[in-house]
Design a binder for this molecule. Structure first.
Ligand code: PGA
Length: 251
């Protein structure tokens, strides 16, 4: 049984006082972690506040990216070792904005996946989709490749822990989410890919999330699909009230 997982991705938004105010508003309103797991992915400058908050809360802390080396002369980069030491649980990798603006490749994502796992954190591997269904009929092929590239050399025991985000780039921040059927089809394909790469035990344990214009109206229906284990919410995670509605979908 896979525990549903909902991740808010703040991206490069909010200030420290807004972060602290946001977290205050979540207190005592988070769902039972046995039923729904929730995380916030934040910029490294807010991770100390976030991890401190998470010590007394079921909320999990995620970074939005990191480097693949633990330490050294890499000015401006974020160490996975230091993130883990700070109490960070998850690291989001390969988000479409990282691929688009910072030339993230499947190869560098693969190195980062291994670095995150070596530092006892869990990668949330995002798969972009640059071609829309309208433009290209086999858009699904695009999804499979980044998954297998990102997992190259990852052991069976580590593969079971990972989280995959299916995030069609045309749906991110546009207000137009993928349909329920498209989402299920893509997530099912990702699970099949994991089954082929590993086995059905791994495929049944990996959590697959959908991201792209998720809001408090469409989240529940998307999460009800067989292979959709949760959602990644960007814009909708910036307002505590909306985020709370999304995470408290089980009455
Ligand atoms: P959005 O962003 O919810 O604003 O579309 C999603 C994401 O980038 O993860």
């Amino acid at each position: 049984m896979r525990t549903p997982f909902i991740v808010g991705n703040w991206k490069m938004n909010l200030t420290l006082s807004e972060v602290n105010d946001f977290l205050k508003q979540l207190t005592d309103k988070l769902p039972d972690i046995k039923k729904v797991e929730c995380a916030i992915a934040a910029s490294p400058i807010f991770l100390e506040s976030l991890t401190n908050y998470c010590k007394n809360s079921p909320l999990k802390a995620s970074a939005e990216n990191c480097f693949y080396k633990d330490k050294g002369a890499y000015t401006g980069e974020v160490s996975p070792y230091a993130l883990s030491d700070m109490g960070v649980d998850y690291v989001m990798l390969g988000h479409s904005e990282r691929r688009k603006y910072f030339n993230e490749s499947n190869k560098s994502i693969n190195k980062k996946v291994k670095a995150v796992l070596n530092n006892h954190m869990i990668p949330i591997i995002c798969c972009d989709e640059t071609m829309t269904k309208q433009k290209h009929d086999d858009h699904m092929d695009w999804v499979v490749n980044p998954v297998s590239e990102a997992l190259k050399g990852v052991s069976v025991s580590d593969a079971k822990k990972i989280v995959i985000g299916y995030e069609p780039s045309w749906a991110i921040g546009t207000g137009k989410s993928a349909s329920v059927n498209e989402t299920q089809e893509a997530c099912c394909l990702i699970r099949k890919t994991i089954d082929e790469l590993y086995n059905d035990d791994v495929a049944n344990q990996v959590r697959i999330l959908y991201g792209g214009s998720v809001n408090d109206k469409n989240a529940q229906e998307l999460m009800q699909q067989k292979d959709v284990d949760g959602v990644l919410a960007g814009t909708a995670s910036l307002k505590p009230k909306e985020f709370l509605k999304i995470i408290n979908y089980i009455k």
